[in-house]
Design a protein around this ligand. Structure first.
Ligand SMILES: Cc1cc2nc3c(=O)[nH]c(=O)nc-3n(C[C@H](O)[C@H](O)[C@H](O)COP(=O)(O)OP(=O)(O)OC[C@H]3O[C@@H](n4cnc5c(N)ncnc54)[C@H](O)[C@@H]3O)c2cc1C
Length: 298
């Protein structure tokens, strides 16, 4: 069977895209390998009617919505290759399946590359967070650590200070701030520790202390980290899609990419990275797909 659209990635972007396509009477296959970015976290915030929802519950509710439409197939599988020269497009998966689709929506999201610090994965999403918009409210009254890593560190601390100013910054011996930024941090009375971190310590996903290589210890039970994000799937690069200034897939206002018939939405295209923004981007891409079918066939 040739699907009208293959949606690749079943986070909020791909799920909402599938819903709009399904309700738009399109034959849809949603291919998702079920490794969402926010799986590490216990609660998601900022999605009206879903504030505090567990990521797994959000997904379950979305699948229940999609199952109402017989023209939407949900397949748990990882897409390994897309032949964009074929017509219809051919999609190859890890399970060895091939699918054909007239259009594709890439909703594969981003993946987080955390600083290389022993123990960081034990606490990420539980007591160490990345996004103050997502988790700042819960941390607003707790003395925090901020592990700075990379060029966005200063922007990160500025944003976090909206929620909480009681923060000790650890650079782990890296030069993540310019001299001018350091001056501002000093004026604002943020303590900056430049010692190299040996490891993070705690139990049951609860951070207790940052242990430094010089033997010093800093006792903190929560904090934020700055980190890098990368495309979770390699298709933008492999297909040669044009990128935007943030390194995401460049789209127009209805998800159209630089290749006709391929659309994108969610964290992999633009941001800021938020569930509701990703869902709306998925919706816009699906509207783009349906509008283009209508233009061709009306
Ligand atoms: C720790 C943490 C906490 C967060 N908390 C919040 C919050 O409280 N509120 C909020 O609004 N936002 C939060 N976010 C951000 C939010 O999770 C993202 O903005 C949102 O999930 C992006 O949705 P998406 O659909 O674009 O991508 P994702 O949710 O990442 O979904 C992408 C999907 O594509 C799949 N995929 C990738 N490659 C392939 C492939 N090759 N084949 C098949 N499937 C593939 C993945 O498995 C995944 O299921 C948080 C993020 C993190 C990391």
């Amino acid at each position: 069977m040739v699907y009208d659209c293959a949606v690749i990635g079943g986070g909020p972007a791909g799920l909402n895209a599938s819903l709009v396509l399904g309700r738009g009477k399109k034959e849809v296959i949603l291919l998702d390998d079920d490794a969402p970015r926010n799986a590490v976290t216990q609660e998601s915030h900022n999605f009206i009617t879903r504030d505090g929802v567990k990521p797994a519950e959000f997904r379950e509710a979305a699948h229940a919505d999609l199952k109402k439409y017989p023209n939407i197939v949900i397949q748990k599988d990882r897409v390994t290759d897309i032949d964009s020269a074929a017509s219809p497009f051919r999609i190859h998966t890890e399970a060895g399946k091939d699918y054909e689709a007239k259009t594709i929506i890439l909703a594969t999201g981003l993946k987080d590359v955390l600083p290389d610090i022993q123990g960081i994965h034990d606490f990420y999403g539980k007591s160490l967070f990345a996004c103050p918009f997502c988790d700042g409210w819960e941390l607003k009254d707790i003395p925090l650590v901020y592990i700075a890593d990379g060029e966005f560190s200063f922007h990160g601390i500025k944003m976090i200070s909206n929620w909480n100013k009681d923060i000790v910054i650890c650079t782990n011996g890296k030069e993540s701030f310019s001299a001018e930024e350091r001056d501002i941090l000093k004026q604002k009375q943020f303590e900056v520790i430049d010692d190299e971190i040996l490891r993070l310590q705690g139990e049951n996903e609860q951070l207790k202390a940052i242990l430094f290589k010089n033997g010093n210890e800093l006792y903190k039970e929560a904090g934020f980290i700055s980190y890098k994000m990368e495309q979770a799937a390699p298709f933008a690069e492999r297909l040669g899609l044009e990128l935007n200034e943030m390194g995401g897939i460049k789209t127009d206002s209805q998800g159209r990419t630089s290749i006709k018939g391929i659309y994108a939405g969610g964290d992999n295209a633009s941001g800021p990275p938020q569930l509701i923004i990703a869902a709306s981007e998925g919706s816009k891409a699906a509207i783009g797909v349906i509008s283009d079918f209508v233009e061709e066939t009306f």
